[in-house]
Design a binder for this molecule. Structure first.
Ligand code: ADP
Ligand code: ADP
Length: 231
C-alpha cells in the first residue's frame, strides 16, 4: 500500500455556482481501507476522479507516497492506481481476459506474464478461468461483471485501489458476497483502498476508517467504524 494525502483539495466545475468539492484535506495510511460515505451529489466521485487524474482539481494537491500526482506520467499512474467503478466499466467489445490484461499490457508486462496474471486474477475473484476467459461482459451476470471489474483493477498489482460504488449495481445477496470477498482480498493484499459509497452499512462493514461527508465533501467525521457507531 501507499500513503495518500489530499491537501486543501477543491473542484469547481465550470458554470457551477458552488464547488463540488471544497477545501478537503485527508490523509490515508498505507494499507488502510478508507470509505468516503455521504449522500448522492456530495462530491465523492469527483474526489476519487481527482486522485486518479481523470479530472484536475481547481486548487489543492494530491500526493501518493509524497509524490505529487501531477508529476506522475499516465503509465506510471496506471501502475500505481487501480480503478473499479459501478456497473464494472468493462469494455463490451473485449473478452474477460482482454479486459483484465489491459493495464498489465499498457505498463509493459511480457505476454507470458500477462497470460499467467489473467488466470491468477480470475482465480482470485472466484471465477474459473477455463469458463470465463473468453466470454464477453454481456455474457456475465452483474455480480460476475463486478468480479471481473475488481480483477482488472488489481491486475497490474497497484499499491492503490480506488473503488467508486463498485457493488452499487448488484442485488443485495451478491453485494454481501462481494463485500466479504473484498475483506478477504484486503487481508491478503494490503492495498491502500479508497472506497466510495452512499450506503452507511457498507461503510461500517468495509472501512478501517470512515470519512462521513456532507455537501461539497466537507468531512463531518473521520474515524473508525467503532468510534463512529458510538458517537
Ligand atoms: P457523488 O459521487 O457524491 O454522488 P459527484 O462527485 O458525482 O457526487 O458530484 C458532486 C457535484 O458535482 C454534484 O452537484 C454534481 O451535479 C456535480 N458534477 C459532477 N460532475 C460534474 C460535471 N462533469 N460537470 C458539472 N458538474 C458536475
Ligand atoms: P468516463 O465515465 O468518463 O468514461 P471512467 O471513470 O469510466 O470515465 O473511466 C474510463 C475507463 O478507463 C473505465 O473503464 C475505467 O475503468 C478505466 N480506467 C480509468 N482509470 C483507470 C486506472 N487508473 N486503471 C485502470 N483503468 C482505469
Amino acid at each position: 500500500g501507499a500513503r495518500i494525502q489530499l491537501e486543501n483539495l477543491t473542484k469547481r466545475y465550470p458554470g457551477s455556482p458552488s464547488p463540488a468539492v471544497d477545501d478537503v484535506s485527508l490523509e490515508i495510511k498505507p494499507g488502510e481501507t478508507v470509505i468516503l460515505v455521504g449522500p448522492s451529489g456530495c462530491g465523492k466521485s469527483t474526489t476519487l476522479r481527482m486522485i486518479n487524474r481523470l479530472i484536475e482539481p481547481t486548487s489543492g494537491r494530491i500526493r501518493i507516497d509524497e509524490e505529487d500526482v501531477t508529476d506522475i506520467d499516465p503509465v506510471g499512474l496506471r501502475r500505481k492506481i487501480g480503478y473499479a467503478i459501478q456497473a464494472s466499466g468493462l469494455f463490451p467489445h473485449m473478452t474477460v481476459a482482454e479486459n483484465i490484461a489491459l493495464v498489465p499490457k499498457m505498463v509493459g508486462w511480457s505476454k507470458s506474464r500477462v497470460k499467467d496474471r489473467v488466470e491468477e486474477m480470475l482465480d482470485l475473484v472466484g471465477l474459473d478461468p477455463r469458463e470465463f476467459h473468453g466470454r464477453y461482459p454481456r455474457q456475465l451476470s452483474g455480480g460476475q461483471q463486478q468480479r471481473v471489474g475488481v480483477a482488472r483493477a488489481l491486475a497490474a498489482d497497484p499499491p492503490v485501489l480506488l473503488m467508486d460504488e463498485p457493488f452499487g449495481a448488484v442485488d443485495p445477496i451478491t453485494r454481501d458476497h462481494l463485500q466479504d470477498e473484498l475483506i478477504r482480498l484486503q487481508r491478503e493484499l494490503h492495498k491502500t483502498i479508497v472506497f466510495v459509497t452512499h450506503d452507511f452499512d457498507e461503510a461500517i462493514k468495509l472501512g478501517d476508517r470512515i470519512a462521513v461527508l456532507r455537501e461539497r465533501s466537507h468531512i463531518a467525521q473521520f474515524d473508525t467504524p467503532e468510534a463512529i457507531l458510538t458517537n
